[in-house]
Design a protein around this ligand. Sequence first.
Ligand code: ZN
Length: 491
Amino acid sequence: MAKKKKEPPITGITVSKEEDFSAWYTEIITKAELADIRYNIKGFVCYRPWATISIRKMYRKYEDLLEKNGHLPLIMPSLIPESNLMLEAEHVEGFAPEVFWVTSAGNSGPLSERLALRPTSETALYPMYSYWIRSYKDLPFKRYQSCQVWRYEGKMTRPFFRGREFHWIEAHDVFASEEGALAQVNEDMEMTYQILQNEFAIPIIFFERPQWDKFGGAVNTYAADALMGSGKVLQLPSTHYLGQNFSKPFDVKYVDTDGKEKYGFQTCYGPAISRIYGAMIAYLGDDKGLILPFDIAPVQVVIVPILVKGKEDIVLDKCKEIYEKLKDKYVVKLDESEDSPGSKFYYWEMKGVPFRIEIGPRDIQKNQVVIVKRHDGQKVFVSENELEKQIEELASNYTKEIKEIKLLDFEEQIELCYERDSAKEAIEQGKIVCCGFCSIDMKSYSCAEAVEKDIGGFVRGKRVDEEKHEFASCIICGEPATCTVYIAKSY
Ligand SMILES: [Zn+2]
């Protein structure tokens, strides 16, 4: 007998992620009701509840860890006077092309001074730091805020990934010594690994960015690139060593133990939660829809009754009983809607709910329930009196399992290259190129331009963890190599 062709699911995702990532991403955003791009300012989108709930949970994870590491929260005004922005020349140069300005107010016409919608808060916070920090006893001084920032992004915008308004955390710390500040940079990188890799299952690697690609006003920038598995990388949190570049113009001083006034050493760290969310759904999702880490999912367990004529009440009663058992510990949804069980499966799979519990008359007879795991589709039969214990175990392993499947081996994605042509070819094949470079100081900027033009990728910098590869000469100019760099396309 010929097999019946399966009808495509009505509510499921219709585009293959591998064949057309962009269309897949757009469809998942719309069908899983994550964001609405119809808001009528370009680059500004509405975040819908399913995304907002996850984003809030992500914020909480990050905020808890920052506070555990000695940061205190604060809330700053969202407007910054132009005169503040002008105080650090490189900073203003870096951000000026992206600033939204408030230039008039109500009926009183133009303002006497333009006000910037904060693109980042150094120039709002540091004048206040000069009031708040008095003595060495106030140091280290560690603060953070969770807020929105606005940047007039010229590149194509895409919900969560890149917008003109995004949601982030910024931490700004002051230390008495350079060592203290550099130790903070390390702590920031460790926090990033802990949260992004362990909690959100996104593989990353940290690079020291070249001088031409650093944060405006920083001495050094260290940025995490998320490995997207396509040879393309996406910049995620970055941490910056600011030295005394800001403490001097903003007068961030303290009286040291010897009674002398000294300038602080500063760092800042900016994980963009909305972008991390975008990376997470893009990287973890599959052709059925979202896959979410257990702690981040807005609904963690969905109960789907399998109703058979005449036995509806027994099944629904059992479902309610199970719901009551689980609801205090997890976010549980009992789907009592009119839809068929099949459509409910597709719908909740698309939404990325980690566990689906199916209960039908036969299961009740056997005293069992069926748990289906979203990320690998595995069915687990659990006896009813073991349910709570089993769910707890499955839940504690769920994110770890995703991480183990999804953790890319960085080494496997890279190709060692010794000349332009092979590097160009490797980039075209979706690889990350590893090669020798004259330096990542400004003097090598022309080589970086050649990389962009001839090879088709960007110099991401020197990796911060152990470097295994060594090269004799720069891939562009042939001068002796002082470092090993990585070249990749980026989102
Ligand atoms: Zn060179």
